[in-house]
Write a protein that binds this ligand. Sequence first.
Ligand SMILES: Nc1ccn([C@@H]2O[C@H](COP(=O)(O)OP(=O)(O)OP(=O)(O)O)[C@@H](O)[C@H]2O)c(=O)n1
Ligand SMILES: C[C@](O)(CO)[C@H](O)COP(=O)(O)O
Length: 231
Amino acid sequence: MTAQLNPCGDVAVLVPAAGAGIRLGPGAPKALRPLAGEPLLVHAVRRIAAAPSVHTIVVAAPVADVPAVRDLLAPVAPVTVVPGGAQRQDSVAAALAAVPAGPGIVLVHDAARALVPAELVESVAAAVRSGHDAVIPVLPVVDTVKEVSADEVVRGTVDRSVLRAVQTPQGFRRAVLAAAHAAAVDPLTDDAGLVEKQGVPVVCVPGSEYAMKITRPFDLALAEHLLTVRV
Ligand SMILES: Nc1ccn([C@@H]2O[C@H](COP(=O)(O)OP(=O)(O)OP(=O)(O)O)[C@@H](O)[C@H]2O)c(=O)n1
Ligand SMILES: C[C@](O)(CO)[C@H](O)COP(=O)(O)O
């Protein structure tokens, strides 16, 4: 069944999904690889579409797969699909350009974070709505972190109490994200990083372990397991 988006919602979600998935190993583009029988992208879009504030979803797909991705997502939710670019930043910029007039809040969410809870989409959007220009979901760093030299000799132990592991969806006031992308020079894989370069404060909210990024084969196996123990 196709989820209906909210025509009164104030949130557009951009889903960069045009990456190759090199670290996952050989195969189809990562967003199209199966997780419990459905492509990662289908899981991600279904969860985003379940968030009540979402007005628009724009997916940046691998260029060769744009027609197939449109067909794939048509039964899931009303989604605009655009060709992605060579870098994640290019894919986000292409998706941003396709957002219609209306939504004042833009979230950027990796297709690779396929198990994102709809509640996290809402909590990031709510933090932007409350007045923050830029909001990122984060988790504490659980491992001891060492700084090392090029030859892997430890230089020191980093104070992890001031470190955070950053997830998506990252949320922005629309004009702030547009300005950051317009000013971008060097490619970054993190939209908040572009906004930081503009001197805009970026605020952290609690992330979710379910918003883990499926990067390596272990992550895919973990996500498969999570789907067997949690709907
Ligand atoms: N040119 C690119 C590169 C990445 N992405 C997307 O950005 C998200 C985060 O990227 P990552 O998980 O690092 O994916 P890949 O770039 O595909 O991974 P790898 O570096 O292992 O190839 C993913 O949903 C990916 O599809 C994108 O839309 N366009
Ligand atoms: C945006 C991001 O998911 C934040 O953690 C991340 O920067 C993108 O992935 P990559 O592994 O850095 O390409």
